[in-house]
Design a protein around this ligand. Structure first.
Ligand code: NAP
Length: 324
């Protein structure tokens, strides 16, 4: 049993994948008493040993089919590129009446990959918590990761309202504010707010790495400037981000095209000494930053390290609330 009480929202939650996001969900579910049983699935023996040691799951599985047995909530928490294979194994074993959701950073690809594998009578509601850190694996999770963060649900047309309401309540009880969105719109919005910033960070850090030896040493030495923040973002999980770009190709390329045009305009302003163009842009972007702070989306995790909050997890992680 996960916590004291018998008023579970769900009898059994199955987490397919239990890395940063899956383990954080497990901690949140246990701390808030949201389910009677948390089943965690992980493919590697090493991760399963870590999960057993951390103790956030009531049962532990290598096989996705065994994990989802009798679950009334199934949450896919694997990289986007792994969804199809995991769904093909787990899908036939999911009970009718269960709600199936996911946490993937891209939504149209998830609908394409998981949807066809689900049996009749299962409600599929894709989701995306806008919360994360640059750390990975079961030891990286902590139960208040989702506190004061958005969670976007992208139900397909025809999904019963009762199921959407139940999943909304689940995320709210994990500390998030839920908003509904069309999957295509989600992929466009996230392409500019999350995917492109990661691509830029990977590029800048990559460029610095390619500099000649003497300059590279000084890049690391003096990285206290803006570069340090880029290295944090560029330290994000390589597999997860490979899958994000491969599965949100069109939206990312569209945003990249617009970004390139704006960069060229800035290049021109610098070349021609157009200070008012630069200052005008920087003033507008400063306003945006203030808006982000006012919307409470710029805070750090410093005040809610897992050790202090008692919500589990062994590694608080560097503050990275804007990660996703
Ligand atoms: P993670 O810490 O790397 O954990 C990934 C989990 O998936 C692990 O349990 C891993 O199992 C399993 N896995 C990896 N590759 C697999 C494969 N090919 N087949 C089956 N299982 C596989 O990743 P995460 O950060 O939790 O991300 C999980 C999902 O959350 C992704 O879809 C990502 O888009 C989304 N997301 C991430 C963030 C973030 O900031 N990290 C934020 C919001 C949403 P083993 O450990 O046994 O290999």
């Amino acid at each position: 049993m996960t916590a004291v009480g018998d008023n579970w929202m769900f009898e059994k939650v199955a987490l397919l994948g239990a890395g940063l996001i899956g383990s954080s969900l497990a901690w949140a579910i246990r701390a808030r008493g949201l389910a009677g049983h948390v089943a965690a699935q992980s493919r590697s023996a090493e991760s399963r040993a870590t999960i057993a040691h951390l103790g956030f799951a009531d049962s532990l599985h290598a096989d996705p089919a065994a994990a989802v047995k009798d679950a009334d909530l199934v949450i896919f928490c694997v990289p986007i590129g792994a969804n199809a294979a995991v769904a093909a194994v787990a899908g036939p074993h999911i009970s009718p009446g269960a709600i199936v959701t996911d946490v993937g950073s891209v939504k149209q690809a998830v609908i394409r990959d998981i949807g066809p594998c689900l049996p009749e009578g299962v409600e599929f509601i894709p989701g995306h918590p806008i919360a994360g850190t640059e750390h990975s694996g079961p030891e990286a999770g902590f139960g208040d990761l989702f506190e004061q963060r958005w969670c976007i649900l992208t139900p397909v047309p025809g999904t019963p309202q009762a199921a959407v309401t139940k999943l909304t309540t689940f995320w709210e009880r994990c500390g998030s504010t839920v908003t509904l969105m069309d999957a295509g719109h989600h992929d466009k919005v996230l392409a500019i707010t999350s995917h492109l910033p990661h691509l830029i960070a990977y590029t800048i850090v990559g460029t610095a790495v390619d500099l000649e030896e003497s300059t590279r040493a000084e890049v690391v030495k003096f990285s206290a400037g803006g570069f340090r923040d880029f290295t944090r973002i560029a330290g994000s999980d390589p597999v997860m981000w490979r899958d994000v770009f491969l599965n949100n190709r069109e939206s990312v390329l569209e945003m990249l095209q617009r970004f390139s045009e704006d960069l060229t305009a800035l290049q021109r302003a610098i070349r021609w000494g157009e200070g008012e163009v630069l200052e005008g842009l920087f003033r507008r972007t400063r306003e945006i930053r203030r808006g982000v702070i006012d919307a409470h989306q710029a805070g750090s995790f410093d005040a809610r390290e897992p050790e202090r909050s008692g919500l589990g997890g062994s590694v608080p992680g560097t503050a990275s609330p804007d990660e996703e």
